[in-house]
Write a protein that binds this ligand. Sequence first.
Ligand code: ADP
Ligand code: MG
Length: 340
Amino acid sequence: MFFRKKVGIDLGTANTLVYVAGEGIVLNEPTVVAYSIEDFHYRQGKKILAIGDEAKEMLGRTPGSIIVSRPMKEGVIADYSTTSAMITYFLKKALKRSVFWPEVMISIPGGSSQVEKRAVVAACKQAGASNVYLIEEPLAAAIGAKVPISQASGHMIVNIGGGTTEIAVISLGQLVVYKTVRVAGTKFDEAIMQILRKKYNIIIGERTAEEIKMKIGNALIDEDKPLRKIEVKGRDFQSGLPKIFEIDEKMISEAITRPLKAILEGIKEVLSQTPPELAADIVDKGIVLSGGSSLLTNIDKFITYYTNVPAFVVDEPLFCVIRGVGMTIENLDSFKEAIR
Ligand code: ADP
Ligand code: MG
C-alpha cells in the first residue's frame, strides 16, 4: 500500500516537536546537535555525534573537539546543513519505517523573509518531504489554542519560546500586526548567569541557569508570599573552587527584569499599532500566552499589570504550536487561508 503520511513540525529554537496525522505528537526533543570538529569530511561536512535529548545532555560537558550547538538561532536557521541533518533524523525517528516522501507542514516566524522561507522548505525537501507547507507560528499557536481565527474579530497571541517572542494580532485568519522580539527564555537564562557572576561572584552553566529559572523564576513577586529559595552548585569566581550556595526568588526576579521589559515593550508596540476596533476586541478577550516561557511564574500577571489588558496562559503552552500545525495539516481545506 502506498500512501503519504502527513507530518507537522514545530522547529523551535529550544525544542522541536513532530506531529503525525492520525497519531498525534510523536516526538519532542531539544533542538540541539553535537558534532566533532576533527572528522570533517570534505563532502559530507561535519560528523554529527548526537541529536536532540542525547546532544543536550552534552551541553557544557564536552572536550574541545566536540561542539554542541543550537542550529536555530532567534527563530531562523543559523546553520543550514546541521538543521537539515537534524530534520532528517527527527523525521526518520518519528515515522519509523513508514517514511515515504511525507507531506510536511512546518511553522515559521511571522514575517519571515523569502530567503528564510526558502531555507526551511529546502531543509525539509532535503530530509525527504514531497510537499512542504508553511504556516506562520502565531497562526499555528492561535489554532492550537482553539482561538476562532477566521472570525472578524481581533485576537492577540504572544508566543514566548526559547529564542524569540512572537507577538501578533490576528483577524479573519491573517496576521494584522506582528512583531518578533529576539528575547525569550534563553535571554532569561543568560541574565541569571550574568547577575550571579557580577553580583555574587558565582559561575554557573547554561543548564543550571535554566533549572533555577524553572524552579524559582518569577516575573512579578507577590510581597505577601515568602520567597522561594534553592541550593545551587556552581563555582566561586575568586577561588575557582566548586561551591554550594543558596539563592532566592528575588535575586532571580531582579536578573530577568530587563529581558521581561523587552518583551513587554514589544507587546505595547504591537498594541499601539493595532486598529482601534481590534484593540477593543483584545481588551474584551485578553492576550493569549503560549510557548514554554509562558510557564514562567506570574508572567501573565506581569503583562496584565503593565498593559492593563488581561493576559492568560493556554493549557500546555509547550504543545500549542505543534497542535495547531497538526490540526492544520489534518484539515488542509478548512485552514487554507492560514497556509503560506
Ligand atoms: P521554542 O519554540 O523556541 O523552541 P519553547 O516554546 O519550546 O521554545 O520553549 C522553550 C523555553 O521555555 C526554554 O527557554 C525553557 O527554558 C522555557 N521553559 C520551559 N518550562 C519553563 C518553566 N516552567 N518556567 C520558565 N520557563 C520555562
Ligand atoms: Mg516555538
